[in-house]
Structure formats: C-alpha cells, structure tokens
Design a protein around this ligand. Sequence first.
Ligand SMILES: [Zn+2]
Length: 269
Amino acid sequence: MPFTGFNLQYPEYEVITPQTHLSFTTRSLNVQDEERLKGSLLTPTKVTEHLNKCIYETLVKKPESIKDFKDFLKLVTLKDRDTLLYGLYHITYEDIRNYDVRCKNCKKDFSVTVNASDTFNFNPYPGDDILTRRVKVVLPKSKGVTCYIKQPTLEDEMESIKSMSSRPGSTMDILTETLIIDRFEQDIEAQVDPIVIDSRVDVIDAYRTLPAKDKREIYETFNNEFGKYETELKMRVFCQHCGNEDVINIDLVENFFRMVYSSWWNLPL
Ligand SMILES: [Zn+2]
C-alpha cells in the first residue's frame, strides 16, 4: 500500500498582526518546509520570496480579505511579517538556543537561551490606515526637497527586488532602506508644481545623494510614525564575564534562519 500520510495534527498558533490587525493561525514547520527554506538560502535574492511562500503555506486560517498569495503580499506589511515569523518560530522551535550577545561593557561574547514567549512585546498601530498613509518629511539639509514615507508591504518589497535585480551596484541594503520612501518632491522656482521622483530606480539614485543628516531625519520620522508599531523580542541579560546588565532586542529573522539550519547541522549522525 502506498504511503497516504500520518494524518498529523500540527501544533497551531494564532497571530494578530501589529500593523494591519489581521488574524492568522499558523502551524509548525515540517521537515519539507525546513528543507525548502534551506534551499533558498543558497540564492539570496530568492530568500524573501521563499520566506513569504513558506509563511503563507503554513497558514491554516487567514482573514477573508486574503484569498490568495497575491492578496497576502498586498495586505501584510514587513513588520506584520516579523510577527508572523515570531508565531511560526514559537510554534516550531519554542525557544531560542544559544543566542549570541556581545557585552556593551567588556565587549566579550556570551550566549543565552531564550524562551520566546517570555520576550514578547506587542505594540499595535492605533489606526486602520497603515497601508495608505503617507507622511511628509521636510529634509533639513536638502533645501526644497521633501520626502514622503510609508510603511512598505511584502508586495513593495518583492517588486523592488525584481526591479533592482538586473541593476549593477544595487545592494540589498540600499534596497531595503529605500522601501520606506514613497517619493521625493523637489520645488522648482519657475513652476507651480514640484518635480515628483517616484520610480524605484530614481528614488534609489536620489536617496544615494542625500546628506547623512537627511537620512537620519527620514528614519527617525519613520520609526515614530510607523516602525515602533511592531512585535519586539526584548530580553534582560547579564554578562557572564563582568555581570553587566543589558536589555537586548532579538533579531528574529536572522535567528529563524539560523534555527532552520542548525536543526539540520546538529543532527547526531
Ligand atoms: Zn561584560
């Protein structure tokens, strides 16, 4: 008789997204999901796409507004994804083992094990306009230039990756940093309407020329208006070398992939 499955009921976890307030139920990863994610790490440009697909495929319940993968990309923000990833992590691995910390006092490294649910800190966005809201930032150094920022969605990220993959010199860092920029507007004395710079390629080129202080202004405004509404994984740690106390913010995305990998590397063969 062919194998028809174990009829396994995977553990499930409900996740409310902090920015769009959607409710999802996710199930734990199985071996096949882990294998697929591991494969995607070999091609960095594919990581984001595979991660989104992996999260989508582990959803056992989703809101009615999300009918397919395209809707999912359109209606979920990057910060929402971090929270979904948190849920997936929590239900699959439970704790974060051997998380490396560098002491701010003595600069030595030590590692801690974290129970993920102990570190959870949820700060929801107060409105329902997160996907459409644009915030104007007057740049302090670039006279006559204003920047409009937004909270990027998974779709924004995917489109940006696609449009930039063929362009030499475009790094993932620049790509990620500029996702929050909807457009620039430049006032011109001779005309009433400002020049609008809104294509991805032009936005990135314009961003590269900004004075550092303007960049800081953009990021501070983003954090106040959008970025702070998220799920944080904060933890109080004590240095094993000098006893210094510190509160660390755990990077779950990085740790997620580390965990996917280590569950494979650490097999006692
Ligand atoms: Zn120390």
